[in-house]
Design a protein around this ligand. Structure first.
Ligand code: BES
Ligand code: MN
Ligand code: ZN
Length: 497
């Protein structure tokens, strides 16, 4: 799907979308079309009970007095409520309708009286919302007829001063590229995306100027990564650690680091999961997928920051070589862990990835993402990711970026009492608490033992990496959650001018 910006000019065919404010108040372009059609738009609004609420659409087909094929009334809601996210939602509802309504559509972006946003900013975010909505993961459907496929090839965003909008849209389009890469990686099944193939996808980012190193099992063994390697030892697939570096900042600036859990399939291992729903565990590499997509976004828009992305890639399988409950592993940090439950594997992978990251790169902040616990879904559902941190300032920055992007985070407590729950008679710690109480928190406490006091935040994205319901700018399946959040975190706080 191609998005272009152009000066306002009515096309000879296709769909033309025009703004209508809350209260069925036609915008300037809509008023012009209403006159040319002898009031057909006003009548259609009454007949269709269309109120102009944000996200509402109404189509008028083959309107008399106009050349093109359809007018789409696009509700934009109250002018005073218009912001980036609202504009994106408007673009998204436009795309939802236009995708299967012919090959070409034009949206006429008027100046909105009473809105705090300039026309070019509105246009860029309408385009961004439309683009995010146009994403599809349908490569495995081989039997769809032409009628069942989307028809739209080109969306033109038309406004006075289109050059400014085009410029604002350029970095947003790069962020969308990152979001799409994450969605693709997360939605791919585990026979296609496994440690080596995911590492290969990351390797592909070299063409954007990212340095990518891939460590195999022999190298990780030398580094002493016994926690990560233990998880992968039951799998026929070789475990991998991928290190990505984007050097867009000054050489002396300490990097911002992102670390992702990449369990390409989580059977639970010997502590086997039940069969029902186990197919969902193909997306247990969601944290890694987000880190890879984020690096793509940052490099794509040439962010002025030094960023590190590290993903620990393993497949958690039961087999004759799999680790057993009760095994004791030694992590790269030197700390020993009794593996009580082989299904609490993500924290074992992250233990070595986090330690390696801070040890090698001395980052100014380190943020990990992981589909770590089912318990975070019990606590927060699918609306917020869980945030755990040893640093208030970083937590506030993340919360602000969450509000700005619609990818919200909610902080949960940590502390000594929770930390004690993973103490162990046999080793320095065990990989689960003694019962299910505070399951997401004890998981975070475990991770904290491997961050060496670096300002750190952990995002438990088990509830947000994958969606069964459609949202304005997010499809079903892999959501790409976190790319927009962390890109914004970087843009607002860590980019040199
Ligand atoms: N990948 C799962 C977490 C998960 C569960 C994500 C359900 C999404 C949906 C993780 O590796 C896991 O199995 N966690 C266990 C931890 C338990 C054994 C302490 C869990 O949450 O049940
Ligand atoms: Mn597990
Ligand atoms: Zn897992």
């Amino acid at each position: 799907m191609k998005i272009a910006f152009a000066a306002p000019k009515m096309p000879a065919s296709g769909t033309v979308a025009v703004f209508v404010l809350d209260g069925a108040e036609l915008g300037p372009t809509a008023q012009t079309l209403d006159k040319l059609t002898a009031g057909a738009l006003s009548r259609a609004m009454i007949a269709g009970r269309f109120k102009g609420k944000r996200g509402e659409t109404l189509e008028v087909l083959a309107p008399g007095g106009l050349d093109f094929d359809r007018v789409m009334l696009l509700g934009i809601g109250k002018a005073s409520a218009l912001d980036d996210l609202a504009a994106q939602a408007i673009g998204s509802s436009l795309m939802a309708r236009a995708a299967s309504a012919g090959e070409a559509a034009t949206v006429m972006v008027d100046t909105v009286d009473g809105a705090a946003m300039e026309r070019a900013v509105i246009a860029a975010h309408v385009a961004y919302g439309a683009l995010l909505r146009a994403y599809r993961f349908d490569k495995y459907h081989t039997k769809k007829t032409e009628d069942e496929k989307p028809t739209l090839k080109k969306l033109t965003v038309a406004l006075e001063g289109e050059a400014a909008a085009r410029k604002l849209f350029a970095p947003l389009e790069k962020i969308a590229d990152g979001v799409f890469m994450t969605r693709d990686l997360v939605s791919e099944p585990a026979n296609i995306i496994y440690p080596e193939t995911l590492a290969k996808e990351a390797k592909g980012l070299e063409k954007l100027g990212i340095e990518v190193e891939v460590l195999g099992e022999a190298q990780m063994r030398k580094l002493g990564m016994g926690a990560l390697l233990g998880v992968g030892q039951g799998s026929a697939r070789e475990s991998q650690l991928v290190v990505m570096q984007w050097k867009g900042g000054k050489a002396k600036d300490a990097p911002v680091a992102f670390v992702g859990k990449g369990v390409t399939f989580d059977t639970g291992g010997i502590s086997l999961k039940p069969a029902g729903g186990m197919e969902e565990m193909k997306w247990d590499m969601g944290g890694a997928g987000t880190v890879v997509g984020l690096m793509k976004a940052l490099a794509g828009r040439k962010a002025k920051v030094n960023a590190i992305g590290i993903v620990g890639l393993v497949e958690n399988m039961p087999s004759g070589t799999a680790q057993r409950p009760g095994d004791v592993v030694t992590s790269m940090s030197g700390q020993t862990i009794e593996v009580i439950n082989t299904d609490a594997e993500g924290r074992l992978v992250l233990a070595d990835a986090l330690w390696y990251c801070q040890d090698r790169f001395k980052p100014q902040v380190m943020i990990d993402l992981a589909t770590l616990t089912g318990a975070i879904i019990v606590a927060l559902g699918h609306e917020f990711a869980g945030l755990f941190s040893n640093n208030d300032e970083l937590s506030e920055k993340l919360a602000a970026a969450g509000k700005a992007t619609g990818e919200g985070v909610w902080r949960l407590p940590m502390g000594e009492a929770y930390d004690k729950m993973i103490n162990c008679d046999v080793a320095d710690m065990q990989n689960v608490g003694s019962d299910r109480a505070g399951g997401s928190i004890t998981a975070a406490q475990f991770l904290q033992r491997f961050v060496n006091e670096v300002p750190w935040a952990h995002l438990d994205i088990a509830g947000t990496a994958w969606s069964k319901k459609e949202r304005p700018t997010v499809p079903r399946g892999g959501t790409g959650w976190g790319v927009r959040l962390l890109d914004r975190l970087v843009a607002d706080n860590y980019e040199g001018k």
